[in-house]
Design a protein around this ligand. Structure first.
Ligand SMILES: [Fe+2]
Ligand SMILES: [Fe+2]
Length: 188
């Protein structure tokens, strides 16, 4: 398959974002989704997971399900670990306190004004207003710090901390689980 051009990548990105917005508005986190999450997460993980807004919980369940589809029949993978990575990869967003609308504003800003977005995010860790920019950009590391407190393994912490290839581009040492997570995450 030929590599995609910059224009095609941009269109694919816009299409993914539109789908995310649509789902944020209309896809519901169901009882079946809750049962799915509960079958892979322990009590402490579930307590954190439940603090995510509904649209983020739905996103995480869909990502986890896609990851399980991707490893179906491949016995070298640990199903529980993969589901956990999918369910917890955006857990840092529990501190973001965004609605689907404020999240959309951040995504649009990152797309059209990346320099301003980066400046507000990187300098916003302790700022009362721009802290949500910091958490939005660094939610992987923020999530890993939360998960460390409840005893998650260093492997899970490392993958979640670096799950956004915009900030941590893949290299030869990138674990395959991280690539599978990114693939599932970037298509929903
Ligand atoms: Fe993420
Ligand atoms: Fe995600």
């Amino acid at each position: 398959m030929l590599p995609l051009s910059d224009g095609q990548l941009m269109l694919a990105n816009i299409w993914t974002r539109l789908k995310q917005f649509y789902c944020g508005m209309f896809c519901r986190y169901t009882k079946a989704d809750k049962a799915f999450a509960g079958s892979y997460l322990n009590i402490q993980e579930m307590a954190l997971f439940n603090q995510l807004p509904g649209f983020e919980k739905k996103h995480s369940v869909v990502v986890a399900r896609k990851m399980l589809e991707a490893i179906h029949g491949k016995h070298e993978f640990d199903e529980r670990k993969m589901a956990k990575l999918g369910l917890l990869h955006d857990i840092g967003k529990v501190l973001e306190h965004n609605s689907i609308f404020t999240k959309s504003v951040l995504v649009i800003m990152r797309f059209f004004f990346p320099g301003l977005y980066d400046r507000l995010a990187d300098g916003g860790e302790n700022h009362p207003i721009f802290k949500r920019f910091y958490i939005h950009k660094h939610h992987g590391e923020v999530g890993a710090r939360l998960l460390e407190k409840i005893g998650e393994t260093s492997e899970i912490l490392s993958i979640i901390a670096k799950h956004d290839p915009r900030h941590n581009p893949f290299g030869p040492e990138t674990p395959i689980e991280q690539k599978i997570l990114n693939e599932a995450d970037s298509t929903y």
